[in-house]
Design a protein around this ligand. Structure first.
Ligand code: GTP
Ligand code: MG
Length: 349
């Protein structure tokens, strides 16, 4: 028995290939519509995955003894397929149908309507009255996405604070960065936490400090700040972990702000998980503006295939994305973000 999988545009094409390769007695085992990964996949027509099976003997005999009738039939089918493909190409590419497709597909990907309208407007503006075909749509999308996904300046600021909602991975990210700086970049790193709110939070960061054999300090109240910072005066890099705050609770964020104002970090990173709903990302980004963060770190990219939230985060914050994290392992699962990498994630390869 031979089983083969075909990725085709339509069933006629599948039939031609199956008959030619597996013979007349081949049977179709399954067929399903498939789509490519990433945003660009949404703009491409769906393909069909067809699995066909044939007896080994059938294939050999039929392949060698294709009768002229079958050859004729194949030629006809080929012709049909070519015509179909041609017609398809001609009907695609009108401005209206592309616009509707962009909208539908981005909505499917959970991208907020406002961003979609903005994308369509930019493409319309850029393109004038010209016809949009799949190819220049791709180009414009890449261009637009690149504008949104600004590069981070990547300066290693001395005092860096990490803020964000509960459970997004702030402490884990701080531990990853502490390891990178101390093990790979030979920096003297100090760790500080102001999270004395969640049970076990102090111990969590302290454990990493002990493994890395680096100084560790806890800020219980604002008056501790000068002292704890002073203990770390020898450090090249000081990473400050904070309490997870619900973005809906402005009072809690204001509480963190009091500490941040006194610590005066050189850089504040807003840590966000890409598994967060798009609408929530928008409100987190807005409500945390109170803390005047400089850049964004996106976590848990390993937990999803839909990367629309990268675009959402960049669009609403207008801040660069500095790191992405891709798993629970310290320190391995963190990567510096750059525009090319982010564009690939958002739009697909
Ligand atoms: N899959 C995955 N899990 C992650 C990632 N980063 C962190 N986590 C996990 O997310 C959970 C919460 O991580 P923490 O670092 O404690 O999150 P936090 O933001 O400090 O949480 P709070 O201090 O409670 O606000 C842990 O189980 C981490 O292992 C990541 O990139 N991918
Ligand atoms: Mg934490």
């Amino acid at each position: 028995m031979i089983v083969k999988r075909y990725i085709v545009d339509n069933m006629q094409e599948a039939m031609v290939k199956i008959r030619y390769e597996l013979g007349n007695d081949a049977v179709i085992v399954s067929q399903r519509k498939i789509r490519q990964k990433g945003f660009l996949g949404f703009f491409k027509p769906k393909k069909i995955e067809v699995t066909a099976a044939a007896d080994d003997k059938d294939k050999k005999s039929s392949k060698h003894a294709v009768s002229s009738d079958i050859e004729k039939e194949i030629a006809e089918l080929k012709n049909m397929v070519e015509n179909l493909v041609k017609n398809n190409k001609e009907t695609k590419g009108t401005k209206k149908s592309q616009k509707i497709r962009i909208k539908e597909n981005l909505l499917n990907n959970d991208v907020p309507e406002e961003i979609i309208e903005n994308i369509i407007e930019s493409i319309k503006k850029e393109n004038g009255d010209g016809k949009i075909n799949a190819k220049n749509l791709e180009k414009l999308l890449i261009k637009y996405t690149r504008e949104l996904l600004k590069e981070d300046d990547k300066t290693d600021s001395r005092v860096q604070a990490f803020v964000g909602p509960t459970g997004v991975g702030k402490t884990t990210t701080v531990a990853k960065l502490a390891s990178l700086y101390s093990l790979y970049r030979n920096k003297k790193v100090g760790l500080i936490t102001i999270d004395t709110y969640r049970i076990g939070a102090v111990e969590q960061l302290k454990a990493y400090a002990e493994i890395l054999n680096i100084p560790f300090g806890v800020i219980y109240s604002i008056k501790d700040i000068p002292n704890v910072l002073n203990q770390m005066k020898e450090c090249d890099i000081i990473l400050v972990d904070t309490t997870g705050r619900s973005s809906k609770n402005a009072m809690q964020i204001a509480e963190t702000k009091k500490f941040i104002e006194e610590i005066k970090p050189d850089k504040i990173s807003l840590v966000l998980s890409v598994t967060t709903k798009q609408r929530d990302i928008k409100s987190i980004i807005e409500n945390y503006k109170m803390l005047d963060y400089n850049n964004i770190i996106l976590t848990k990219l390993d937990e999803t295939d839909i990367y629309g939230s990268i675009l959402t985060a960049a669009y609403y914050s207008k801040k660069p994305i500095s790191y992405i994290t891709v798993g629970q392992n310290v320190p391995d699962d963190i990567e510096e973000a750059n525009s090319d990498k982010l564009i690939k994630l958002v739009l697909g390869e």
